[in-house]
Design a binder for this molecule. Structure first.
Ligand code: ATP
Ligand code: MG
Length: 386
């Protein structure tokens, strides 16, 4: 029996004239994602994307698994393809849904006939398929309001399809349709989640990581690369600009008041990130900051951090509790990597008593002690892209 995947488009359906482009982008993302699962034909009709295997050695399980992580899809059904003939539809339904229906108590059949030349109308199809299944499986009763199994029969142009109980897709919008942004990726829990959340809104990601060798180790860098790879399972490949940060941190330590260390360091990060972002065609910065989580994430501190930056700073986890962020991190499988105990450059040279209500003028005054622009330039010149 021939199986295909039917992917239902989400919010996309609402997008008016841009819809065609969005669908194209989604199909392109999907094609890339399942490129190692075999040869498939992918096309879109009536808000559904069809994924048809072109040979017997296509790996449907693997393709389904990949499709689950492609943004822009609300649900996914694995369907049996059958000739447009009512007897064949009935016999395939019995066979294909045997496991599902044998273990259920209630069911309902819904039919959709987009090929109007098919001799039976939808209510007749429902009735005939429903009666046959009811006869075949003695354990099930019809429940039209709240069926455990919703059997769908679709009569389309090329063939008919039978499927039941779709699984949820990744939701969101296709990566790439909402531009490109630079995610400041640390090795922590929050920034990979922030990256995932913006990718889900259709943003293509470019990573920026600051490292302070030898205060932070090679393994801390590898951890960030691994986190980008895990987020990339949803967001697509992510390039990372590795920014050497040691000299800047040492200069801050040698010249500035300890209570301002973290904030001045974060201002350097934002300034450098903005320049790197612009050079890489990014329209925004993304961080994993969450209001009040640490001293450098109070409202006043955030104000100081982003002062002087003209790109929008997107902070998708700003209003989330740590627990909620951890919940997402577990679901997208970044949590276990995030908690590996390698140091981040934010944790070297942390002040004992950081300012929680910093005043911008004091910090600008402190920064005058440093050759701010020259330090940024030098760091940017020594970036390595991975
Ligand atoms: P995370 O779990 O993302 O590390 P955090 O709670 O540790 O967050 P901070 O260390 O204060 O918070 O960092 C806040 C945000 O600044 C991070 O979410 C990230 O976007 C950015 N950031 C911090 N350290 C780095 C770094 N070494 N390289 C790039 N971005 C960083
Ligand atoms: Mg961190």
């Amino acid at each position: 029996m021939k199986e295909i995947l039917l992917l239902k488009l989400g919010e996309l359906v609402l997008k008016g004239l841009n819809r065609g482009n969005f669908e194209k982008r989604l199909m392109k993302n999907l094609a890339w994602r399942i490129r190692n699962c075999g040869e498939f034909k992918i096309y879109c009709m009536q808000s559904t994307i069809y994924v048809e295997p072109q040979s017997d050695d296509c790996d449907m399980d693997a393709a389904l698994d990949e499709a689950k992580r492609v943004f822009g899809i609300v649900n996914i059904s694995r369907a049996a393809e059958v000739e447009k003939d009512i007897d064949k539809i009935i016999s395939v339904s019995k066979e294909y849904l045997r496991d599902t229906l044998s273990n259920a108590k209630t069911f309902k059949v819904e039919a959709k006939r987009s090929d109007k030349s098919f001799p039976k109308k939808s209510p007749e199809i429902c009735f005939e398929v429903g009666s046959a299944l009811h006869d075949e499986f003695e354990n099930i009763e019809v429940d039209v309001k709240n069926p455990e199994v919703l059997v769908k029969v679709e009569i389309r142009d090329r063939a008919a399809y039978v499927h039941a109980n779709p699984i949820p897709g990744a939701g969101g919008l296709p990566v790439g349709i909402n531009g490109r942004a630079a995610i400041l990726l640390s090795g922590g829990i929050d920034s990979p989640v922030a990256a995932y959340m913006m990718a889900k809104r259709g943003v293509e990601l470019f990573g920026i990581h600051f490292f302070s060798y030898p205060y932070t180790s090679e393994r801390a860098k590898e951890k960030v690369i691994e986190l980008a790879r895990l987020v990339g399972k949803y967001a697509g490949n992510i390039k990372i600009a590795m920014v050497p940060f040691t000299k800047i941190q040492e200069e801050i330590r040698a010249n500035c008041k300890e209570e301002y260390f973290t904030l001045i360091m974060r201002r350097f990060m934002m300034q450098i990130a903005e320049q790197v972002a612009r050079e890489n065609n990014c329209g925004a910065l993304i961080t994993g900051e969450s209001l009040g989580q640490v001293a450098s994430q109070t409202m006043e501190a955030l104000g100081v951090t982003e002062n002087g930056i003209s790109l929008p700073v997107l902070r998708p986890v700003i209003g989330m509790d740590k627990e909620e962020i951890v919940g997402i991190a577990r679901r997208i499988n970044t949590f276990e990597t995030s908690i590996l105990p390698y140091e981040d450059c934010c944790t070297v040279f942390t002040p004992k008593h950081p300012r929680t209500k910093p005043k911008l003028e004091n910090i600008l005054e402190e920064e005058k002690k440093l050759p701010f622009d020259a330090l940024c330039r030098e760091a940017i010149e020594n970036i390595e892209i991975i």
